[in-house]
Design a protein around this ligand. Structure first.
Ligand code: ZN
Length: 281
């Protein structure tokens, strides 16, 4: 028997069509990321800010947040579950995803939907909420946040000279690929090694993802933001492609292969309007 189309499976969840579309998008992005090898096992997490009406009011317990998010009080987020696989989101969305509502002035949340079978919100929920809050405070709110293990960018976080000088890394990535210049006008921020799930990571991720839309988390992974999960994945792909090219060229020890200052000036002129639009959006 042919597998049930994803759209039909999601449409039986009883949620409104906009949320069902977001769930479908998360499932498709999750599967694509798994195919890329960027979310091995149960790695990776996602969150999307959504409108979720109060009539679904939860009777579940309030769960304390380790990182207060008063600016998000009352807001709802679709988030991935801890210990669940990205590649299973489409097959079992009610287990792999949940909707949380922030309550108690930003000190706790309740589960409004999902997390069936005893699953719970991703352990990186504090970092996601911290980023949503900081972008809101900065006047550049975003809807979607994606964390995955983009292999080539992670590999570059092992390089000592880039750890000492993250700006050097970004300068080199720009010079590897024209798409990196156009696709990442706000650059890639750098977060040093941090313990996963901690409040230090949450505050550092919030600061990094206010300066840019992508952050490389040393020895761990990448966090990107966007208006949709597809947008966030786009940015991760731009950065990782440039990193992959850098690693390939490095093996040939041919530094003359990079885009020159002249090339970058030409790109700047050619892409000026598009880059300005993205940087200000
Ligand atoms: Zn991770």
């Amino acid at each position: 028997m042919a597998p049930e189309p994803l759209g039909e499976r999601v449409s039986r969840l009883g949620l409104n069509p906009d949320i069902e579309q977001i769930i479908q998008d998360c499932g498709e992005v999750g599967f694509l990321l798994w195919r890329k090898g960027w979310c091995e096992g149960a790695a990776g997490n996602m969150s999307v800010a959504i409108d979720f009406p109060n009539y679904h009011s939860s009777s579940g317990p309030a769960i304390s947040l380790t990182y207060p998010v008063p600016d998000l009080n009352g807001q709802c987020f679709l988030v991935t579950a801890s210990g669940k696989r990205f590649r299973d989101i489409s097959k079992r969305p009610e287990q792999c995803l949940g909707i949380v509502r922030i309550i108690d002035g930003g000190l706790a949340f309740v589960v409004e939907w999902g997390f069936l079978g005893g699953s719970r919100a991703t352990s990186e929920l504090p970092a996601h909420l911290a980023v949503h809050q900081q972008r809101l405070r900065s006047g550049i709110p975003i809807k979607a946040i994606l964390h995955a293990h983009a292999t080539h960018l992670i590999a570059l976080s092992f390089v000592q000279r880039f750890r000492r000088d993250p700006d050097l890394l970004m300068g080199l990535l720009y010079r590897m690929h024209t798409e990196a210049y156009q696709g990442l006008p706000r650059g890639i921020s750098y977060i040093g090694f941090r313990v996963p799930g901690g409040t230090e990571l949450a505050s550092d991720a919030a600061a990094a993802l206010t300066k840019s839309d992508v952050a490389l988390w040393s020895h761990h992974g990448v966090i990107s933001v966007g208006e949709s999960m597809d947008d966030a994945m786009d940015l991760m792909e731009y950065g990782d492609k440039a990193a992959q090219l850098f690693l390939m060229i490095s093996q040939r020890n041919d530094s003359g292969a990079y885009l020159s200052e002249h090339d970058l000036r030409e790109l700047k002129t050619a892409y000026h309007d598009a880059v300005a639009r993205r940087a200000s959006s």
